[in-house]
Design a protein around this ligand. Structure first.
Ligand SMILES: Nc1nc2c(c(=O)[nH]1)N[C@H]1C(S)=C(S)[C@@H](COP(=O)(O)O)O[C@H]1N2
Ligand SMILES: [Mo]
Length: 416
């Protein structure tokens, strides 16, 4: 590189860093927050015994799960949503993981928990939590997305906020025992091709899972992000089915039956099937295809400055692998830019991307488009509708558009 180019580069970076980034003239103007003493440096703070389990700052009260009243027929068989627009990085904090339960949160003493393996096995087994903890365990980070995430958006843009359009997802580091080890302990008979996973909650959730997946990467998990599972997430034990729809991740896991064919239960027939244009329904669509969303700016997180350096941020994930690349447009798809990925790139985990640009203060149509490690590219909503029609609910991984007006206010829209 010649001196000239390196100098030009240096100047360019210097200019970007200095463009109106409002480290204002606070000192010169005598900002009292700088020049005067404040309560927090005059009075002593709280002591070490006052927060035995730490909670977020009182100023963070709006960072919470939210439900949509008209989607909540009954709170014990409903859903709330992860506040994606308030988060950064790739890990969802335990208290903010969206909840989906069909019979309320089951709460019981782990000493009373049993996991049974029965059916086409050499010896039927019952494990206590202590037994499970004596198997070699693994730590892996995965997203869990409900197949119904974005399901309200099939007929057009509807819910105003990425929390509601995309918040049926969380991304957690699990500690658990490979399901394969427990199945090997029981010994799978040669005709054992399917599993039925059953929950201990009042809903009696059951799903059929093919044996190849069970032996490949499923975990029987007891920790999330280092601590015990939260009751909402299935304490003390849940099934982790990496990359596959959330409904299969049975919480409060109490029984695994080995069989020679699927069971065709409610959650794999009347629910979690994909209606096609011709009125037929596709079944066993387990894998969650690549998807992404811009979390900031978004309807709940407007741009607060009028123009200048602006950070666009979002998340992307794929049930088939990693996300090597995300494209971002701010002009409704006329020009696409490659986003900057930041943070670990784990298999079947959420990825974080950023796009830094100089906002000229005019209207924006922002979109993101994920590419996964298999080469698959996230489709538009119209491309999905061409195959699926408008009456689907599940597996909507179409590109999301936010319109940002000159005041920085964002709205859920569709463009074609
Ligand atoms: N036992 C049991 N497992 C369950 C459910 C349930 O109601 N009961 N809901 C399922 C559905 S539909 C989803 S999307 C995920 C949600 O997991 P979460 O509550 O950790 O977000 O759990 C799945 N596992
Ligand atoms: Mo779900």
């Amino acid at each position: 590189m010649s001196n000239k180019t390196s100098r030009r580069r240096f100047l360019k970076t210097g200019i970007v860093a200095g463009t109106g980034l409002a480290a204002s003239n606070a000192v010169a103007e005598g900002d009292p927050l700088i020049t005067q003493k404040q309560p927090w440096n005059q009075d002593l703070g709280s002591g070490v015994d006052e927060r035995p389990y730490g909670m977020p700052s009182a100023f963070e009260v709006d960072v919470k799960r939210r439900s949509v009243p008209w989607l909540t027929a009954d709170p014990v068989s409903s859903i709330n949503f992860t506040p994606l627009h308030e988060l950064d990085g790739i890990i969802t904090p335990n208290g903010l993981c969206f909840e989906r339960h069909h019979g309320g949160v089951a709460e019981y003493d782990p000493a009373s928990h049993r996991l049974m393996i029965n059916g086409l096995v050499d010896k039927e087994l019952v494990f206590t939590m202590e037994d499970i903890m004596r198997f070699p365990r693994e730590n892996r980070t995965y997203f869990l997305e409900c197949a119904a995430n974005s399901g309200m958006e099939w007929r057009g843009s509807q819910l105003n906020g990425c929390q509601f359009t995309h918040g049926m997802i969380h991304n957690v580091m699990y500690t658990g025992v490979p399901l394969r080890l427990l199945l090997e302990e029981a010994g799978i008979k040669s005709n054992g091709k399917w599993l039925l996973a059953e929950g201990a909650d009042a809903s009696g959730m059951t799903r059929s899972i093919p044996m190849e997946k069970a032996l490949d990467d499923c975990l029987v998990a007891f920790k999330m992000n280092g601590e015990s599972l939260r009751p909402e997430q299935g304490y003390p034990l849940r099934l982790v089915v990496p990359g596959w729809e959330g409904n299969m991740w049975v919480k409060w896991l109490r029984r695994i039956e080995v069989g020679d064919q699927p069971w065709h239960h409610r959650e794999e027939t009347s629910k979690y099937t994909d209606l096609l244009k011709d009125g037929k329904a596709r079944r066993f669509t387990w894998v969650m295809d690549a998807k992404s969303v811009i979390t900031n700016p978004s309807p709940q997180a407007p741009i607060l400055h009028s123009k200048g350096p602006t950070i666009l941020s979002g998340v992307a994930w794929s049930g088939r692998g990693t996300i090597p690349r995300v494209d971002v447009t701010i002009d409704g798809g006329k020009n696409w830019n490659t986003a900057r990925m930041s943070g670990p790139s784990f298999d079947k985990s959420m990825h974080r991307f950023y796009y830094e640009f100089n906002w000229n203060g005019s209207d924006l149509l922002v979109q993101s488009r994920a590419h996964d490690s298999t080469g698959y590219v996230q489709p538009t909503k119209d491309e999905l509708r061409f195959i699926r029609g408008k009456n689907s609910i599940y597996h909507n991984n179409g590109i999301q558009t936010w319109h940002i007006n000159t005041k920085g206010v964002a709205e859920n829209v569709e463009i074609s």
